[in-house]
Design a protein around this ligand. Structure first.
Ligand code: NAP
Length: 260
């Protein structure tokens, strides 16, 4: 296919980084948006400076839009980016699983507002709703019971769905798709990471972050509504990672000598 020009916001971060790498590898012309351009392909853009977004998005075929984690500004930033992408043929917004369900979780509800702005204002959109990102290290200290299976997603799988959205727009045109790669309990995650699972008490989680505590209460009480087998059957080309398979991939990549 003809290479596309895609602006990737959050390109120095987890999701945007994975998207930028994958699209570049597939031969697309990627503009990596960051507040601090440092290399070829980087373009300046700041969600708090709408003029910089207009400049970064000019003449692009698509924008991969993420919003940094700050519920205070998330709506204003997301809406400013949607408005700046008015003339861009396709916007792929990465939100969160079930954010459109009125969960009452602050950083889900702010994403839902951005989703509503996007779907009301832009004719060509795709919304991806990733579950919790897989992580390779660190303690597994969570306010969930040990038997609860958590939906987790590999950043590479989010990237593969974003690439599909841009490359096969008819397939994902005006669709909202929640994403998870695997379902794992806290103790299973900890065992794979070589650490212990620690169940945090609710009040301790609440003191740490009322927003995250609300999210884990939702996961435990209501539970995410996501049909994993149906998702994986519809998009087999993503090559969905199991948590174990993803950890092996990350560890292999890290042990490979860096190219000079
Ligand atoms: N972690 C999870 O499990 C999970 C699951 C579902 C959804 N989410 C959502 O994912 C989002 C975070 O994505 P991420 O983890 O990929 O990001 P991240 O790794 O935390 O990176 C943040 C990115 O945001 C950019 N950024 C920050 N402030 C900016 C500004 N004012 N203007 C332009 N760019 C700015 C940074 O770019 P520069 O610093 O280079 O400018 C960086 O690339 C949050 O909305 C979170 O709620 C997270």
């Amino acid at each position: 296919m003809k290479p596309l020009t895609i602006v990737v916001t959050g390109a120095t971060g987890t999701q945007g980084g994975a998207v930028a790498r994958l699209l570049t590898g597939r031969g697309h012309d990627v503009r990596r948006m960051t507040r601090n351009p440092a290399g070829p392909g980087d373009v300046h853009g700041d969600f708090d400076e709408p003029a910089s977004l207009h400049a970064a998005f000019a003449d692009a075929d698509g924008v991969f839009l993420m919003t940094p984690l700050s519920s205070q500004d998330e709506v204003a930033r997301g809406e400013a980016a949607v408005d700046a992408a008015r003339h861009v043929p396709h916007v792929v917004f990465t939100s969160a699983t079930n954010a459109d369900r009125g969960t009452g979780i602050p950083h889900f509800d702010t994403k839902a507002e951005v989703e509503r702005h996007l779907t009301a204002r832009h004719p060509h959109w795709t919304i991806l709703g990733p579950a919790a990102f897989m992580a390779a290290e660190g303690p597994v200290t969570l306010p969930i019971p040990p038997e609860l299976k958590l939906h987790v997603v590999a950043p590479e799988d989010i990237a593969a769905m974003a690439a599909l959205s841009f490359e096969q727009p008819a397939r994902l045109h005006r669709r909202r798709v929640d994403l998870a790669s695997d379902l794992v309990t806290g103790p299973e995650m900890a065992a794979l990471r070589g650490t212990e699972f620690v169940q945090v008490a609710d009040d301790q989680a609440e003191r740490y972050s009322p927003d995250l505590a609300a999210m884990f209460r939702y996961f435990t009480g209501t539970g995410l509504d996501l049909d994993l087998p149906a998702l994986h059957a519809e998009f087999p080309e993503v090559g969905w990672h199991s948590y174990a398979g993803w950890l092996t991939r990350v560890r292999n990549e890290r042990s490979r000598p860096a190219r000079t």
